[in-house]
Design a protein around this ligand. Structure first.
Ligand code: SF4
Length: 407
C-alpha cells in the first residue's frame, strides 16, 4: 500500500483565499519538530510525505526538511500556490533539496475568477511561471483545483486551457470544497455550490483528460456525481485498497489518522450498488444537501478492477478481483471490531502521541499581527474572517506552552 502522510509546515500564507480551510494559527514548526514527524512516517513504512500548509514555501527551513525526508528514503511532494516557485532560483533550490513532485493549485484559467478566489492580484501569471520552472528542473507537476461556486461551471474550459498552453502537465486533482473549517465555514454563501452545479462541467473535464491520455483524481465528490469516472475518486481508491492517511495539522487538531473514508450516507444510499466503495457525501459543515444524492445501479466490479489492475500503481498487490473481494470483506469485519475497541477507549490510547509544532510568545505576536493584516484583506475583499474561536484556542495554547516551558 502506498500511504502518504501530510505535514503542515506553516499555517500562514501570502494569498487570502475566501474558502481557505487551514488559515493562520500561532503554531510554528522548527526543523527538529518536523524531523520527529518524518521519522515517524519512516517507522510506519510510509511511501512518502506531502509538505503543505498554509503556504509551505514560506518556511525558511523547507529545503532542509525536504532533503532530510529524501535522505530517509521518502518520496517528497509539496502542495503550493506556486508564488515562490515562480522564481527559477527557488525552483532550482527545491529540486536540489530532493523535491520530486509538486501540486500547484490553480482554480480557474480566467484571471478575474482566480483573483477573486485568491484575494490577491496576478497570482495566475505566477502559477504558470511556477509550472514552467518546476518542470524545467525535473520536478513533476500536478495541478490541484478546489471546486467552488465561482469555477464550477467552467472546469472543462480550464482543462482546455491547460491542454492548449501547458501540454506537459499530465495529472490533475479536483477537491470538492470542504465547508467545515476556517474561512470556508463562514463564507459558504459566497463560495459553496450545489453538487448539480459542477456535475456536467466535471464530466466534460474528465472526458477531455481521458481522451488526451492524461490522468486525474477527484476528492470529496460522491460517486453518483462522477459515475463514469468512479475509479478516479480518491476516497474510492482508498476504500478499495485499504489505505490510511495521517495529517499532522499545525493547530489544535494536531494529528488525525484516517482509516475509514465514508462520510454521510443518505436514505438513497441504502439501495445504491456503489455504496460499499463510495465515500458518500462530504457532510462536514452541513454545507451540502443529502437530497442531491441518487442511487446508482451499476456493477462495482469493473470499477474495482480498474483500480486494482492499474499498471501505473504497482504498489497494490491483490490484483485479482476474487482475492480482493475476500480481503475487502475481511477488512470490513476488522473495521467493525476496531470501532468497538474504539468505543471501549482502548484502541485510541494505544496510538502513538506526537506533539505537532509549538506556540511561543514570538509566534503569538506574529499571529496577532497577521490576523490584523488579514482583517484588512477581509474588509477589502468582502470575505469574512474565520471564527474568533481560533484566537481563543491560540491564546490557550500559548498559555499552556508558556507553562510547559517554565517546568
Ligand atoms: S447514492 Fe450514496 S452511495 Fe450511491 S453513489 Fe451517491 S453518495 Fe454514493
Amino acid at each position: 500500500m502506498a500511504n502518504i502522510g501530510y505535514i503542515q509546515v506553516v499555517r500562514h500564507c501570502n494569498h487570502f483565499c475566501g474558502f481557505c480551510s487551514n488559515p493562520t494559527t500561532p503554531y510554528v514548526h522548527t526543523f527538529d519538530t518536523m524531523k520527529v514527524l518524518v521519522d515517524d512516517f519512516v517507522e510506519r513504512g510510509y511511501f512518502g510525505i506531502i509538505l503543505t500548509g498554509g503556504e509551505p514555501t514560506l518556511h525558511p527551513e523547507l529545503p532542509v526538511i525536504c532533503r532530510y525526508a529524501r535522505d530517509q528514503g521518502l518520496h517528497v511532494r509539496m502542495i503550493t500556490n506556486g508564488w515562490r516557485l515562480a522564481d527559477p532560483a527557488f525552483a532550482r533550490e527545491m529540486a536540489a533539496a530532493g523535491l520530486q513532485h509538486v501540486h500547484i493549485s490553480v482554480y480557474s484559467h480566467r484571471p478575474e475568477v482566480e483573483e477573486r478566489l485568491r484575494g490577491v492580484a496576478k497570482t495566475l501569471d505566477k502559477a504558470f511561471a511556477a509550472v514552467d520552472n518546476a518542470s524545467a528542473v525535473g520536478i513533476a507537476v500536478n495541478i490541484n483545483c478546489v471546486i467552488n461556486k465561482l469555477n464550477c461551471d467552467h472546469l472543462h474550459e480550464t482543462i482546455d486551457y491547460w491542454i492548449a498552453h501547458h501540454p506537459a502537465v499530465r495529472h490533475f486533482v479536483w477537491n470538492n470544497l470542504d465547508p467545515s473549517m476556517g474561512r470556508a465555514e463562514v463564507n459558504q454563501g459566497q463560495f459553496l455550490h450545489r453538487l448539480a452545479d459542477f456535475e456536467w462541467s466535471l464530466a466534460m473535464a474528465c472526458q477531455r483528460l481521458a481522451a488526451t491520455g492524461r490522468t486525474f483524481r477527484v476528492e470529496k465528490v460522491p460517486l453518483c456525481y462522477m459515475t463514469d469516472f468512479a475509479w478516479a475518486s480518491t476516497e474510492t481508491r482508498k476504500i478499495v485498497k485499504g489505505e490510511e492517511r495521517i495529517v499532522h495539522f499545525l493547530d489544535d487538531k494536531q494529528t488525525v489518522r484516517q482509516t475509514t473514508w465514508g462520510h454521510l450516507y443518505a436514505e438513497a444510499c441504502r439501495v445504491c450498488r456503489l455504496q460499499p466503495i463510495c465515500g458518500g457525501l462530504f457532510d462536514r459543515g452541513n454545507g451540502y444537501d443529502p437530497t442531491e444524492l441518487t442511487p446508482v445501479f451499476v456493477d462495482l466490479e469493473p470499477i474495482v478492477r480498474q483500480i486494482i489492475e492499474d499498471p501505473a500503481d504497482p504498489s497494490y498487490s491483490l490484483r485479482d478481483f476474487a482475492t480482493w473481494h475476500a480481503n475487502f470483506e475481511g477488512r470490513k469485519a476488522e473495521a467493525r471490531v476496531d470501532a468497538e475497541r474504539e468505543k471501549a477507549s482502548q484502541y485510541r490510547e494505544a496510538e502513538k502521541k506526537l506533539t505537532i509544532g509549538h506556540v511561543t510568545s514570538e509566534s503569538l505576536r506574529l499571529f496577532e499581527k497577521k490576523r490584523r493584516v488579514e482583517g484588512m484583506a477581509a474588509a477589502r475583499t468582502g470575505v469574512a474572517l474565520e471564527r474568533d474561536e481560533i484566537v481563543r484556542q491560540a491564546l490557550q495554547a500559548g498559555e499552556a506552552g508558556d507553562a510547559a516551558s517554565e517546568t
